[in-house]
Design a protein around this ligand. Sequence first.
Ligand SMILES: Nc1ncnc2c1ncn2[C@@H]1O[C@H](COP(=O)(O)OP(=O)(O)OP(=O)(O)O)[C@@H](O)[C@H]1O
Length: 241
Amino acid sequence: MTGAIARFDNVGLRYGTDREVLCDVSFSLFAGQFYFLTGASGAGKSSLLRMLYLAQRPSRGVISLFGTDAVSLPRDRLPGFRRRIGVVYQDYRLVPHLSAFDNVALPLRMAGMDERDVARPVADMLAWVGLADRMAARPASLSGGEQQRVAIARAVIGRPELLVADEPTGNVDSDMAVKLLRLFEALNRLGTTVVVATHDMNLLQRLPDSLIMRLDKGRMSDPTGALRYPPKRQTPLGAGL
Ligand SMILES: Nc1ncnc2c1ncn2[C@@H]1O[C@H](COP(=O)(O)OP(=O)(O)OP(=O)(O)O)[C@@H](O)[C@H]1O
């Protein structure tokens, strides 16, 4: 499968009447690929990701997602699209009155999974991110790094078609960062297209097959053309399982 699951064409974004924070951004995300999004603080990474997961409309340009024009998508179709995207927010956005377990279970319950089938994958996922003994804790009693891991577990548990993660390892130590990267890799091998915004150059170097999207003051550079043309070598779905 070589199709683009997301495409930005000459996208610009300005907040209010200020200058554009993103300018003429064009790229495609090809199914099954692993992308890192880099750039200095303020370059526009979070803004670009917000448009990708449909929390922000562009000021100009065309965005298509899963083959559909996302800019003019009627509001009532937004939830259906968002369910296909797992998001790790920079500020986690856990539901405060729910336990870690119930936060991670949310996407499965929203997808209508039988309650008997929910407990095992949620417990396994929380164990994988090192929180087996914190399942009953509410977000307020978890550290920043623990909340970040719950947020990641919630984003990946439903095996979304697209995973968008905004600085997902910003609050964990380097060993845990590598472990979480392995989780994203495993999801990617199952077919999920992954986009991770990060400042952490060590993470980038650990995945030599990943594609790099670099933002500089709101402009995307694409020196190799990898963000416009389907990659020659495609990661086969299910490889390495
Ligand atoms: N809601 C907003 N209203 C006004 N300006 C905003 C808003 N969100 C972001 N900006 C501005 O847009 C620019 C890009 O911000 P953005 O958060 O997208 O950058 P970033 O690359 O993710 O930065 P960081 O790495 O520090 O998170 C910045 O100048 C920022 O001040």
